[in-house]
Design a protein around this ligand. Sequence first.
Ligand SMILES: [Zn+2]
Length: 772
Amino acid sequence: MIIAAGVLITPVLLSPIPAFRVPFSTVVEARDGSLLGARIADDGQWRFPGFEKVPEKFEKSLLAFEDRYFYWHPGINPVSIVRAFISNIKAGEIVSGGSTITMQVARISRGNRPRTYGEKFIEILSALKLELFRSKKKILQMYVANAPFGGNTVGLEAASWRYTGKSSAELTWAEAAALAILPNSPALVFPGKNQEILRARRDELLNRLHERNYIDSLTLVLALDEPLPGEPKNLPVKAPHLTDLFYMQNRGNMIRTTIDPLLQERATAIINAHQKNLAENYIFNSACIIVEVDSGNVLAYVGNSTLDDAGEHGGDVDIIRSQRSTGSILKPFLYAGMQYSGDILPNTLIADIPTRFPGFSPKNFDLKYRGAVSASLALSQSLNIPAVKMLQKYNPEKFLGLLHLTGFTTFNKPADHYGLSLILGGGETSLWDLTGAYASLSRVLNRYLSEKKYYKEDYHPPILVQGGKNTTALTEDTEPPLSASSIWLTYEALQNVNRPESESGWQYFASSRDLAWKTGTSFGFRDGWAVGTTPGFVIGVWAGNADGEGRPGLTGITAAAPILFDLVNLMEHREWFKTPYEDLTMINVCAESGCRAGPDCSETVEIPACINGLRSDACPYHQVIHLNRSKTYQVTSECTDPSDIINEPWFILPPAMEYFYRQKHPEYKVLPPVAPGCPVSKAITAMEFIYPTPGVKIFIPRDETGKQTRIITEVAHRNPSKKIFWHLDESYIGTTRYIHQIEILAGAGNHILTAVDEDGNSIRCSFEVIGR
Ligand SMILES: [Zn+2]
């Protein structure tokens, strides 16, 4: 008996254990497990990975159809083998396999070789071995995951999606029964062919399920009435760019993302609807991403338009990951950084005057100069010159550090490479980094408001995969880059950004008022950005051409912002950020300059600001001047009886700022003239160079004949009717009146330009002309 047992067992032990080493499709799921999209496996099969649970309806149907005694037999069913053997002998060929599920697993794992007696013998041995080393549950799983379902569809899950358009967990009895039949004769599902055979077999199986009391008679009647699965359906394409991303990064896996499927669908519809209009202006691409603030989860990921013709215009490019010029979209980070450091207060006046640097001369979008403008207004109106002045004060290197700490990963060059143009789009970022950074800021503020504490791990990129790790750019010893109050003040300014035309009347809707947002337009109208945040979510939008072609009228406000506001309307309204009182301090500021109030400021107000704001510069603009009794002339004790002199604080901007500021501000009071016969006060500068500015290095281009072009120099005078006498390097070059501009020709090297007015006021400017 021992020998007999050995003869039986040894071949079983020596036979190979069936296993599957096959490539899988890449399957991307929404957060609720619904299918967003999939990519075919490398061997051209639709074979879904990670299939664990066999749905009950399918299991009952399969076993009723294929292998009633699956849970009782040892891998082979001798009765059916003998029966099959007899019928094959009678037929003279192999018509029946008499195979159990276990034997079929063995056969499929061997690549469905031709049915011979030798092959059948190996299958029997393998099946026995499988039963010895694997549980029934595991064997059933192996079958369900690898059975052929017709065409290039393998495994139940892929079959379920392709034939019924849903997950196998949601199959009806009729669908489960029809699918259970397919592996036995996968050719049955070809449309218009064999449908009657498939129907007959399905109905027979449903009746059998009823006889065995798995389904009641009503279920049977309804199931018999259901249509058959037809031609394989296309799998959902709800997030094609996301599916591509995982196909590249995580091929052959099933990825459960954080995507909200309904929001994804709606966001895609909004992008596509706007894309139709944008295309009229030859703007062919747009993208959006929605991130939940507290969790960091990505709720919607629309990497590009998915209109039918999108493929012809770069629609395959995942814009969310593409690096594009930032335009003005980084300005809020500079504002926040400067509030935190105390470099400025929320409404500190910033110069908005012609400003030139070597090879770089920033202009405002409207090409106008306001003379001076409050920092918050400069931010909400996205003025470029004040932004450059602010960056100059803050320091580009420090700003680059701030960008790194808040989550921007693409600014990899040293600060010198970008220079001051960094704040106007001299660098590139992605929607991914941008929305991630805004979400981090909002998260930090939310957490501070609830816990009065900062957590470094609150700074992290968006999260796409459920259970994904938070990685932060902040190390153990880095201080949090921004404070709650600096973020809150920035959002206050960003609530006042002008809305696009379609949003006129927005201020009447409480919900749309509660959005801090910013647009950006890159140089050459190549990129239109819009990003907005509430305490609950951040939305980032980009519009433009994937190939980088610029279009007139392609701006953040016209192309991207309307999409942003449509997306905002999809979101649940959440109460606006509360004021972080504990992190704010009340500072007495000059009402006119927004600076910390100095002793001579005539009117002051208390405003909330960051604590470091207490160290900010005091108002430099208010000075006490001496007037005659009728306040019509400036006087001094040298020409007037001291008892007749009135001392009065006066708001005096430097001449260049004043020159532009008074054009926009009729309430600005210019200084009264100096009384005839009185000496001119030297305390108040009468003139200022607009260009060149002292210490500037000038690169002068040559014209087409190779001659050096001239430099147009300009001075602002408080009283333009005064004559100005110009000298270059001590040589007289001309006189101006009213419009104080003069052309000069200066070779490479250092120069001194001097301007003297008829009252004897004199200013000097040394500058350097750089040769080739
Ligand atoms: Zn003041």
